[in-house]
Design a protein around this ligand. Structure first.
Ligand SMILES: Nc1ncnc2c1ncn2[C@@H]1O[C@H](COP(=O)(O)OP(=O)(O)O)[C@@H](O)[C@H]1O
Ligand SMILES: [Mg+2]
Length: 224
C-alpha cells in the first residue's frame, strides 16, 4: 500500500527526513513514534502529497507522489482520510454539514450524500448528533466529527497526526480504538503520536523516527 525508498526531505539546511525505507501493507495499523522534531508530520505530509520528497520515492497504491501532477492531487486525496490534532470544524455549520463538506467539494450528488454522512457518523458513535453545532459538542465529540469527515469518502488510507493531542487518556484510548476498528475492515492506518503508553495498548506496528531517520520497527502489545 505504502512504499518509501530512500526518502529525504530538507528544510533549508536541515534534514527533516533522511534515507527512509519503509513498506506498509494494506490493512496495517502503524504508529509513527518519536520525539518532537523527529519528522513524523513531515512523513505524513509527504503521504498526503502536500509536499514532495527531495530524494527517493514515495508511492501509495502504486501512485508515485513525487511526480503526481498538481491537478491530480484532489483525486488522490479522495482516497485518503486525514485527521489532525485540531479538527478545525466550521463553527456555523452543523455536524452533518461539516461531515458532508468533502463530498460537496468533490461534487458528489446531493441525494447520495445523506447515507454516506450517516454511515460515517454511525462509525464514530455520533449517529444522533447530526443537527448539533460544534460548540455544543465536547472536545472528544468534535474530534470524532473530524474523523467522520475523514472517513466519509471511504478512504483506503487514513493518516492521523497527533489525533489525541488535545484529549485526556480515556478519550485518547477511545479515539485510538476507532482507528483500530477501521484497520480491522481493511483500511491502512498511519498515526503519528508521541504517546508510547497509549500505542502499546494496540496491536500493530511501531515505527520509530529520530532525527529524520527510521531507527526502529517493533510489534506492539495489543494488551487491551
Ligand atoms: N515547514 C517547515 N519549515 C522548516 N522546517 C520544518 C518545517 N516542517 C518541519 N520542519 C523541521 O523538520 C523537522 C521535523 O519536523 P516534524 O516533521 O514537524 O517533526 P514531528 O512531527 O516529529 O515533531 C524539525 O526539525 C522541524 O523543525
Ligand atoms: Mg508533528
Amino acid at each position: 500500500m505504502i512504499r518509501l525508498s530512500q526518502v529525504g526531505k530538507r528544510y533549508g539546511d536541515r534534514d527533516a527526513l533522511r534515507g527512509v525505507d519503509l513498506e506498509l501493507p494494506k490493512g496495517s495499523l502503524n504508529f509513527l513514534m518519536g520525539p518532537s522534531g523527529a519528522g513524523k508530520s513531515t512523513l505524513l505530509r509527504l503521504l498526503l502529497a502536500l509536499e514532495r520528497p527531495d530524494a527517493g520515492q514515495v508511492e501509495v497504491a502504486g501512485i508515485n507522489l513525487g511526480t503526481l501532477p498538481r491537478r491530480q492531487r484532489p483525486a488522490y486525496l479522495r482516497r485518503v482520510g486525514a485527521v489532525f490534532q485540531d479538527p478545525q470544524l466550521l463553527a456555523d455549520r452543523t455536524v452533518y454539514q461539516n461531515v458532508a463538506l468533502p463530498l460537496q467539494l468533490a461534487g458528489y450528488p446531493e441525494p447520495a450524500q445523506g447515507p454516506r454522512v450517516r454511515a460515517a457518523l454511525g462509525q464514530v458513535g455520533l449517529a444522533g448528533a447530526e443537527g448539533r453545532l460544534p460548540r455544543a459538542l465536547s472536545t472528544g465529540e468534535r474530534q470524532r466529527v473530524g474523523i467522520a469527515r475523514a472517513l466519509v469518502h471511504r478512504p483506503a488510507l487514513v493518516l492521523a497526526d497527533e489525533p489525541t493531542g488535545n484529549l485526556d487518556p480515556a478519550l485518547s484510548a477511545e479515539i485510538m480504538g476507532l482507528f483500530q476498528r477501521f484497520q480491522q475492515v481493511g483500511v491502512t492506518v498511519v498515526i503519528a503520536t508521541h504517546d508510547v503508553d497509549l500505542a502499546q495498548r494496540f496491536s500493530g506496528q511501531a515505527l520509530h523516527l529520530e532525527g529524520g531517520r527510521l531507527v526502529g520497527r517493533a510489534a506492539l502489545g495489543g494488551a487491551s
